[in-house]
Structure formats: structure tokens, C-alpha cells
Write a protein that binds this ligand. Sequence first.
Ligand SMILES: [Zn+2]
Length: 49
Amino acid sequence: MPGKGRQGGFALGPGGDCVCPKCGYRTTHQRGTPCYSIKCPKCGENMTR
Ligand SMILES: [Zn+2]
């Protein structure tokens, strides 16, 4: 498969995903945008990591 070789792909860690603590929704963390400033599109809770 193309683009392989970055250990694992989806893993929690620096530059990973933001996760909603309430409903578990996760989204890709945007550089320069802290997770806690992003609101969950499902329940409106602030995202975290
Ligand atoms: Zn949520």
C-alpha cells in the first residue's frame, strides 16, 4: 500500500487525534489549534487528547 512506513498510522501521541471525553468522537488534531479549543461536532463538548 502506498505511503506506508510511518510506524502504525493511527496512534495516540504528539500530533495525533483530539478526542471528545464525553462521546468519544475523535478528529484529527490541527496544528496550531489546541484540542481544547475545538468543540465536538456531535455533542458540543470541548475536545481533549
Ligand atoms: Zn462529543
